[in-house]
Design a protein around this ligand. Structure first.
Ligand SMILES: C[S@@+](CC[C@H](N)C(=O)[O-])C[C@H]1O[C@@H](n2cnc3c(N)ncnc32)[C@H](O)[C@@H]1O
Length: 335
């Protein structure tokens, strides 16, 4: 069935309002024009939460198409022409900028909203966002009335989150050794984090420990071997995607979300897939990261990677770029 086109409001979350005042402007910003507010989804509503079952449902979300002439797109293209596959000057800054680019998409806000629903975020809920990064989800869950705590293992990321969201409770801590007592929480959330862990199963055991009976865990993440990219050189693309996957500790964690939850004793485990579809320059920071990592891993020469990126940049300019990233959202209930 062709996807319906639904309009989403410019600000779909309280946290977005706060973000307008951030000191650091993210690389990609939504514009106010109607074209920028259109997102393609199969339905304006989220699918009801299935009570059980392994069959994932698939939804697609498309980033709004950006003209190469709009200011956000021009900023990306200028950055691209300067950086290409150069090593980022600062890893945390560069990660935060990339996360901002993604989070600013209305469809990404929809993904966060889905996670809050699955977690039952509301007044009275006590929720942790593990690997909270710059703290956007923590701030949003607190706005919704929950007692929300962010935990991140990186001191500089914690400092960034506290600076950008001074009212959010963000703590330094490890996913495998959370600063909570047994059964203290009603919700556990981890978005784009499990792939960073040497042993994701340990993190899930810790999730089960800190959740009260009836509490919910929600995991969101991409499978690092499943980036779908159109390119004139599919072989090179495959090689680079695979090389990039090899640079993260657990690249296939997302396809294991369901089994990780089941193995940790969770019940009512369900999986949804939402595919981010990028067709313009919005995707270039992600592709730059991919090409840079493939270079650093020694899989391709810098010249080949730069040529590949130049083709992608040209596709972006011409409106012929295609990147699809399935995001796996898994949830489960602690018995
Ligand atoms: C890709 S970022 C995602 C951040 C945020 N969840 C989001 O979706 O924007 C991954 C985050 O997980 C954090 N992280 C990695 N390993 C961790 C661990 N063992 N315990 C807690 N946080 C961790 C990183 O420091 C980083 O901030």
């Amino acid at each position: 069935m062709p996807p319906a086109v639904v309009e989403v409001p410019e600000r779909v979350h309280p946290g977005d309002a706060e973000d307008q005042g951030d000191e650091e402007q993210p690389a990609v910003r939504r514009k106010g024009g109607p074209a920028d507010r259109v997102v393609h989804l199969p339905s304006p509503e989220f699918a009801p939460r299935p009570s059980h079952g392994p069959v994932p449902s698939e939804k697609h979300m498309a980033a709004p198409c950006r003209s190469p002439h709009d200011p956000g797109a021009r900023r990306i293209l200028i950055r691209m022409s300067k950086n290409m596959t150069d090593e980022p000057a600062d890893a945390v800054e560069s990660l935060v900028s990339l996360l901002d680019s993604f989070d600013d998409l209305p469809a990404a806000a929809g993904l966060r909203t889905l996670s809050y629903r699955l977690l039952g975020v509301a007044p009275g809920a006590t929720v942790v966002d593990v690997g909270c990064g710059a703290g956007r989800a923590v701030a949003e869950m607190a706005e919704l009335g929950a007692t929300a705590v962010g935990v991140d293992v990186d001191e500089r990321m914690v400092a960034t989150a506290r600076r950008r969201r001074p009212h959010a409770d963000v703590r330094l801590g490890d996913a495998c050794d959370l600063p909570f007592g047994d059964g203290e929480l009603t919700g556990y959330r981890a978005e784009k984090v499990l792939h960073d862990l040497a042993d994701p199963a340990r993190a899930l055991a810790e999730a089960a420990r800190v959740l009260a009976p009836g509490g919910h865990a929600v995991l969101i993440g991409q499978d690092w071997d499943t980036f779908v990219i159109d390119s004139d050189d599919p072989e090179l693309t495959r090689l680079m995607v695979h090389a990039r996957a090899g640079t993260v500790p657990a690249p296939l964690a997302a396809r294991r979300h369901r089994n990780l939850l089941l193995d940790a004793g969770f019940e009512d485990v369900a999986v949804e897939v939402r595919t981010g579809v990028f067709t313009d320059v919005t995707a270039l920071p992600m592709l730059t990261g991919l090409a840079g990592a493939a270079c650093s891993a020694g899989a391709v020469t810098r010249e080949r990677a730069d040529a590949w990126l130049a083709e992608q940049a040209e596709r972006g300019r011409a409106g012929r770029l295609f990147l699809a990233v399935p995001l796996f959202v898994a949830s489960g209930r602690r018995p």
